[in-house]
Design a protein around this ligand. Structure first.
Ligand code: D6G
Length: 855
C-alpha cells in the first residue's frame, strides 16, 4: 500500500533525486524481494539489516547492468579515444546512494524501502567505505571517475584491489591505534571478478641480449586478476569501468623449480605472491621506499598496459600489416594519465613492450610513448617525491633499469647539445641521482616521458614550473600546465546535503548539477531575506543532525547553536593542526582570564588519520585529545568551548561533518598544500573558510572575492623571505604573551599532569626545527579568528557571506577540471550523447562483439 504524499514529497517528484512512479516503486520492491530470496537466501523472519542492505544493493545494481554492457559495447563499436586514469589509490567511499542518485533512482528507492517498512539511512550505514586511498589524491581519482562518466568520456580507472584499505583509526586514551580495514569480509556487491581477463606480471629474472633484441628471462610470474566496478555518469546512461587488479599466485607457483617435493609448503607460499595486493600503504605525502610498494606500482602498470594494448589491437585502429600491429595511431587512440609518479614505471614498461616485444625502433617507440603519457604532480614536499634506489629496481625489474638508463643517456645527450659545458645542469636534470645511494628520480622520468605535466592549482603549478622543475620548464615550457582540482557535485552536494541541493534547485533550476557554473545565479538572491533564512535553516538542521549522530555513536554532547569550527584532513605538520591547537588553548585561557566577557561559543572539531609511522603526527593527535580533556571538563568554560577529536575520519564521515560546518580550517603554510579539495567541499556546502593563501584557497578567494574569506598570514613570498632571513621561533614566543602562555602550558604538563614531559618532542620541534613556521602565523591567525567570531554574532551577515561563497563555488566542480584535461591534454571532446537505456530495442546487427560474432 502506498501512503499519500506530503507537499514536500510531491515537490520532490520533480526533483534532482529522480522521479517516483508507482510502477518503478513496485518494480524495485519486487527486485528487493527477489534478491532477498534468491541472492541472500533469506526470508524476512531471519534476514538481518545487512541482508536488507545487500538485497537493496543488488536491486540497484540490476539497474546498472544493462547500461554498463551497452556503454562498453558502444565503445567497441565506435572506438572513441580511450582515457586511462592510472592511480595507486581510488578513495571511493560508499557506492549505494551515489548509484541511486546518478541513475535517478533515489526517490523511488526511498519510497520502496519505506513501503517495505525499512529505514534507508540505516541500510546505507551498513555499507563499508571502499577506503582504497589515503586522502586528497585518492579522492580526486574517485571524483574524476564520476566526472569522466558524466561527461561521456570513454574512460577507465585502473588500480589495485587492496584487500585492506586505509586502516580504521581508534582513539584509546587519546592515542591513535590502527585496526585492519577488512572491507571485503561480507562481500562486495559492486564488483565483478573477470578471471577470463587474468594477465601475467613478471618480476626479478635477468636480461639476455642478442641480435634479435633484449629478452627478459627467468622471471617469477604473478597473475593479475581484474575486478570491475561500474562507474555511472549522472543521468546519462553511461557506465564506465574501474578495473582493479588482485594478485594471484599461478597454480604451479613454487612447484616447478626449487620446491619440488614440498607440496604443502608451496601452497602456503602462494601468500608471498598474493601479498602484492594485500594492503594500501597508509602514507599521505610521504615516500617510503619499500620493495613491496615498488612491486605494487609495477604490478598495476604491467597488467594495465597489457589490457590497454589488447583493447587497442581489438579496435579498428590496431590494424595489422600482415604480421605486425601498426601502432602509429596509438597516441591518437589512447591517453594515459599518471596520478602522481606512483605509476611511473608505465613509461619504461610501454617502451619495453614497443621495443622488445613489438620490435619497434627506439625513436619510434619513444615518440609514441611520450605522446601517450601525461603526468600530474601532486606535491612539492621533498619527502613525498619518489626516488627509488637503483639497486632495488635492478633486482626487481632489470630490463626496466636498462631502459631507464637508455632514456637518461639520450635525454642528457640532448641537454648537453643545447647547453654545452653545463655539467651542473646535467646533474640537476638527470633521471639518476648520484652520491650516496644511487636513486631514480621518478618525477624526472615522468616529465621526460610525457607530453604534458600539470600541477593541481594555479599557485602549485607556478611553483612546479618556476622552482621545483625549473630546468625542465626552461627546456619545454609548453609542456607545463595547470589543472585546478575539483570535486563532484553529485556526492559532495546532492548526496551529502540534499536540503541545500533542493533549495538551490528551487531557486535556479536543476541544471546546475551538470553545470556548476550556474551557481552564480544565486548572487541574485544574496539580499533575499527568505532565501537567507532558508539557507541558515538548512545549515542548522545539518548541525542538529550531526550533533545527534555524535551523541549516538560517540556519546558526546555538543551544542548545535555554537559555531562548528572544523579541521578535517590527514594529520601532517604542514597542515598545521598544531596552530589550531594553539588557538584553542588561547581561547581557553581568555575565557578563564575573564569569564564574564562575551565569548562566541565554539565547537572545534579536528579529525584525521596519522600515518602509523609518523611520530610527530601521532603526538599531535595525543595533544589535541589532551587539550580537549582539560577544556571540556573545566566548569569555568562550560558550553562556551568544546573540543572534539573526530575518530576515524573517512569519506562517509566527511559526508556528515562537512554539511554541518560553519567554519572550514585551511591553514597550511603557504606553498605547501598543492591544492586541497576539502576546502572546496566546505565552500560548496555553505561553510566560510579561514585560510592561508595556499593551494586552491587562492582561487576560492579569487572567485568569491577575498573579502568573503578569512584570509590571513604569510604569502609564499613572505615564507621565502623568512627562509632567507632565517626563521627564529623564539622571537615570536618572546614577543607574544598569549603564545608564550599556551606553549608554556604544553611544556609544563598542564595538559598532561601525569606525564609532564609528554609533549617535549612537540615543543622542541616548534622551537628548533619547525619547517612549517607555526609561530610565524600564530598572531595573524588568532586575530583573524576574532573577526570570524565577530561576524558569527551577526547571523544574517554571516549567511549572506555563505551565499556569496556558494554562488562562487562553480569553478570547483571536477566536471570543469575534467573538461580542461580533455581539451588541453587528452584532446577529446566530452559527449552529451545519451547512450540509449537498456530497455530500448537495438537492431541485431549492432549486437556483435568486436570480432563480429554474435554477442
Ligand atoms: C566490464 C563490463 C562488461 C565488459 C567488460 C570487458 O566488465 O560488459 O564486457 O567490462 O571490457 P573490455 O576489457 O573488453 O573493454
Amino acid at each position: 500500500m502506498s501512503r499519500p504524499l506530503s507537499d514536500q514529497e510531491r515537490r520532490k517528484q520533480i526533483s534532482i533525486r529522480g522521479i517516483v512512479g508507482a510502477e518503478s516503486v513496485a518494480e524495485l520492491k519486487r527486485g528487493f524481494n527477489r534478491h532477498l530470496h534468491f541472492t541472500l537466501v533469506k526470508d524476512r523472519n531471519v534476514a538481518t539489516p545487512r541482508d536488507y542492505y545487500f538485497a537493496l544493493a543488488h536491486t540497484v545494481r540490476d539497474h546498472l547492468v544493462g547500461r554498463w554492457i551497452r556503454t562498453q559495447q558502444y565503445y567497441y563499436e565506435k572506438d572513441p579515444k580511450r582515457i586511462y586514469y592510472l592511480s595507486l589509490e581510488f578513495y571511493m567511499g560508499r557506492t549505494l546512494q551515489n548509484t541511486m542518485i546518478n541513475l535517478g533512482l533515489q526517490n523511488a528507492c526511498d519510497e520502496a524501502v519505506y513501503q517495505l517498512g525499512l529505514d534507508m539511512e540505516e541500510l546505507e550505514e551498513i555499507e563499508e567505505d571502499a577506503g582504497l586511498g589515503n586522502g586528497g589524491l585518492g579522492r580526486l581519482a574517485a571524483c574524476f571517475l564520476d566526472s569522466m562518466a558524466t561527461l561521456g568520456l570513454a574512460a577507465y580507472g585502473y588500480g589495485i584491489r587492496y584487500e585492506y584499505g586505509i586502516f580504521n583509526q581508534k582513539i584509546r586514551d587519546g592515542w591513535q591505534v590502527e585496526e585492519a580495514d577488512d572491507w571485503l569480509r561480507h562481500g562486495n556487491p559492486w564488483e565483478k571478478a573477470r578471471p577470463e581477463y587474468m594477465l601475467p606480471v613478471h618480476f626479478y629474472g635477468r636480461v639476455e641480449h642478442s641480435p634479435a633484441g633484449a629478452k627478459w628471462v627467468d622471471t617469477q610470474v604473478v597473475l593479475a586478476l581484474p575486478y570491475d566496478t561500474p562507474v555511472p555518469g549522472y543521468m546519462n546512461n553511461t557506465v564506465n569501468t574501474m578495473r582493479l587488479w588482485s594478485a594471484r599466485a599461478p597454480n604451479d607457483f613454487n612447484l616447478r623449480d626449487f620446491n619440488v617435493g614440498d607440496y604443502i609448503q608451496a601452497v602456503l607460499d602462494r601468500n608471498l605472491a598474493e601479498n602484492i595486493s594485500r594492503v594500501l600503504y597508509p602514507n599521505d605525502n610521504f615516500f617510503e621506499g619499500k620493495e613491496l610498494r615498488l612491486k605494487q606500482e609495477y604490478f598495476v602498470v604491467a597488467a594495465t598496459l597489457q589490457d590497454i594494448i589488447r583493447r587497442f589491437k581489438a579496435s579498428k585502429f590496431g590494424s595489422t600489416d600482415t604480421v605486425r600491429t601498426v601502432f602509429d595511431s596509438f597516441p591518437d587512440q589512447v591517453a594515459i594519465q599518471l596520478n602522481d609518479t606512483h605509476p611511473a614505471m608505465a613509461i619504461p614498461e610501454l617502451m619495453r613492450i614497443f621495443v622488445d616485444i613489438e620490435k619497434l625502433p627506439w625513436d619510434k617507440a619513444w615518440d609514441l610513448t611520450k605522446r601517450t603519457f601525461a603526468y600530474t604532480n601532486h606535491t612539492v614536499l621533498p619527502e613525498a617525491l619518489e626516488r627509488w634506489p637503483v639497486d632495488l629496481v635492478e633486482k626487481l625489474l632489470p630490463r626496466h633499469l636498462q631502459i631507464i638508463y637508455e632514456i637518461n643517456q639520450r635525454h642528457l645527450d640532448h641537454i648537453a647539445s643545447l647547453f654545452p659545458n653545463d655539467v651542473d645542469r646535467l646533474r640537476r636534470m638527470s633521471l639518476i641521482e648520484e652520491g650516496g645511494t644511487k636513486r631514480i628520480n621518478m618525477a624526472h622520468l615522468c616529465i621526460v616521458g610525457s607530453h604534458a605535466v600539470n600541477g593541481v592549482a594555479k599557485i602549485h603549478s607556478e611553483i612546479v614550473k618556476t622552482q621545483v622543475f625549473e630546468d625542465f620548464a626552461e627546456l619545454e615550457p609548453e609542456k607545463f600546465q595547470n589543472k585546478t582540482n575539483g570535486i563532484t557535485p553529485r556526492r559532495w552536494l546532492l548526496l551529502c546535503n540534499p536540503g541545500l541541493a533542493e533549495l538551490i534547485a528551487e531557486k535556479i533550476g536543476e541544471d546546475y548539477v551538470r553545470d556548476l557554473s550556474q551557481l552564480t545565479k544565486l548572487h541574485e538572491f544574496v539580499d533575499d531575506d527568505l532565501f537567507i533564512r532558508e539557507v541558515a535553516k538548512v545549515k542548522q538542521e545539518n548541525k542538529v543532525k550531526f550533533a545527534l549522530y555524535l551523541e549516538k555513536e560517540y556519546k558526546v554532547k555538543i551544542n548545535p547553536s555554537s559555531m562548528f569550527d572544523v579541521h578535517v584532513k590527514r594529520i601532517h605538520e604542514y597542515k598545521r593542526q598544531l596552530m589550531n591547537c594553539l588557538h584553542i588553548i588561547t581561547m581557553y585561557n581568555r575565557i578563564r582570564r575573564d569569564p564574564t566577557k562575551l565569548f562566541v561559543p565554539r565547537t572545534v572539531i579536528i579529525g584525521g588519520k596519522a600515518a602509523p609511522g609518523y611520530h610527530m603526527a601521532k603526538m599531535i593527535i595525543k595533544l589535541i585529545n589532551a587539550v580537549a580533556q582539560v577544556v571540556n571538563n573545566d566548569p569555568m568554560v562550560g558550553s562556551k568551548l568544546k573540543v572534539i577529536f573526530l575518530e576515524n575520519y573517512r569519506v562517509s564521515l566527511a559526508e556528515k561533518v562537512i554539511p554541518a560546518t560553519d567554519l572550514s580550517e585551511q591553514i597550511s603554510t603557504a606553498g605547501t598544500e598543492a591544492s586541497g579539495t576539502g576546502n572546496m567541499k566546505f565552500m560548496l556546502n555553505g561553510a566560510l573558510t579561514i585560510g592561508t593563501m595556499d593551494g586552491a584557497n587562492v582561487e576560492m578567494a579569487e572567485e568569491a572575492g577575498e573579502e568573503n574569506l578569512f584570509i590571513f598570514g604569510m604569502r609564499v613570498e613572505d615564507v621565502t623571505e623568512l627562509d632567507r632571513k632565517g626563521y627564529d621561533a623564539q622571537l615570536y614566543y618572546d614577543r607574544l604573551p598569549e603564545l608564550k602562555q599556551a606553549v608554556d602550558q604544553i611544556k609544563s604538563g598542564f595538559f598532561s599532569p601525569k606525564e609532564p614531559n609528554l609533549f617535549n618532542d612537540v615543543v622542541n620541534m616548534l622551537f628548533h626545527h619547525d619547517r612549517f613556521k607555526v609561530f610565524a602565523d600564530y598572531e595573524a591567525y588568532v586575530k583573524c579568528q576574532e573577526k570570524v567570531s565577530e561576524l558569527y554574532l551577526n547571523s544574517k551577515a554571516w549567511t549572506k557571506m555563505v551565499i556569496r561563497n556558494i554562488a562562487a563555488a562553480g569553478k570547483f566542480s571536477s566536471d570543469r577540471t575534467i573538461k580542461e584535461y580533455a581539451r588541453d591534454i587528452w584532446h577529446v571532446e566530452p559527449s552529451d550523447l545519451k547512450i540509449p537505456p537498456p530497455n530500448e530495442p537495438r537492431d541485431a546487427a549492432q549486437d556483435k562483439t568486436p570480432n563480429g560474432t554474435a554477442a
